[in-house]
Design a protein around this ligand. Structure first.
Ligand code: ZN
Length: 292
């Protein structure tokens, strides 16, 4: 096998093992595309608009994922999926791109602009009230990267020039960060230099207005997978179980407050390993305000 074939073979084997381990699978379809699959209690988001959200409320930081059609997920509930085919790119020539590796090297990117074949992932503080932090600004700082390659977060201007915010290729320190503004959100390129499973941990921070001092959250981990999308045939077979899972989850979460936000969830330091016991359908300990 060539090196590329070997890598792909490993990915496919791993995906197959995931599928065998799971007892239930969730599938939804948006605009004809597979949007998400749930394996072993985590929902893999493949398509649609999602944002990594930062909020601070009642003295508690909350980091989460909002998906435009699927709603809100706690960090440990979700896998941010990077289609290993659709996201495949090569590093352009030019010194400004050297942070991604040498020109021509493979790189997998969730892009800043919407590509309907990929998850459209942004970052935001839309729920954060104005006047809470100085300048209405909070910072999301990369704490650590675990995975088979490097990770970089950057935006490109209208001329295509990158502005780099985070890059594990030169180590991870306090300079690997992106500012977020209360009430707003932004989109960036999420780049990975090798296929496989990544755990990115972030810390949110800000200076409270009115002399309240500097505050930082505990590190919060998010799982990214640069992997193949499940084949449509497999997805179709599993769709019935998926619909049932969604119905059960929504029914459990609705509760007597009829979907109102029931409170924040602490500083979200939990990071559960992939659960092998299958889908959890109990009450969902999540703030259930509406979708994006
Ligand atoms: Zn967005």
């Amino acid at each position: 096998m060539t090196q590329t074939q070997t890598v792909m073979h490993g990915i496919l084997l791993r995906a197959a093992r995931h599928a065998r381990r799971s007892q239930s699978v969730l599938l939804t379809s948006a605009a004809g595309l597979l949007a998400a699959v749930s394996l072993s209690g985590q929902t893999w988001l493949w398509h649609g608009h999602a944002d990594l959200g930062v909020n601070y409320q009642n003295g508690v930081w909350e980091l989460h994922i909002h998906h435009g059609s699927l709603g809100k997920f706690e960090p440990e509930e979700v896998v941010l999926s990077v289609d290993v085919i659709a996201a495949s790119n090569t590093v352009p020539t030019g010194a400004v791109w050297s942070f991604l590796g040498s020109a021509g090297s493979p790189v997998w990117i969730l892009p800043q602009n919407h590509d309907p074949n990929l998850l459209f992932l942004g970052l935001g503080a839309e729920e954060l009230g104005t006047g809470v932090f100085t300048g209405d600004q909070v910072m999301l700082t990369l704490e650590s990267v675990q995975g088979p390659g490097q990770f970089a977060l950057y935006e490109t201007d209208p001329f295509g020039t990158p502005q780099l915010f985070m890059n594990s290729g030169d180590g991870v320190d306090g300079n690997d960060r992106i500012p977020l503004t209360a009430g707003q959100h932004r989109h960036a390129h999420w780049a990975f230099t090798a296929p496989g499973s990544y755990q990115l941990s972030f810390v949110a921070s800000g200076t409270l207005a009115a002399g309240g001092g500097f505050l930082a959250s505990a590190p919060v981990a998010f799982r990214f997978e640069v992997a193949p999308v499940p084949e449509p045939g497999l997805a179709a077979l599993l769709s019935v179980g998926a619909a049932l899972w969604f119905w059960l989850r929504n029914r459990a979460a609705a509760g007597p407050d009829n979907g109102r936000c029931l409170g924040t969830q602490g500083s979200v330091t939990r990071l559960h390993p992939i659960q092998s016991a299958g889908i959890q359908i109990g009450p969902r300990p999540t703030c259930m305000e509406g979708p994006l």
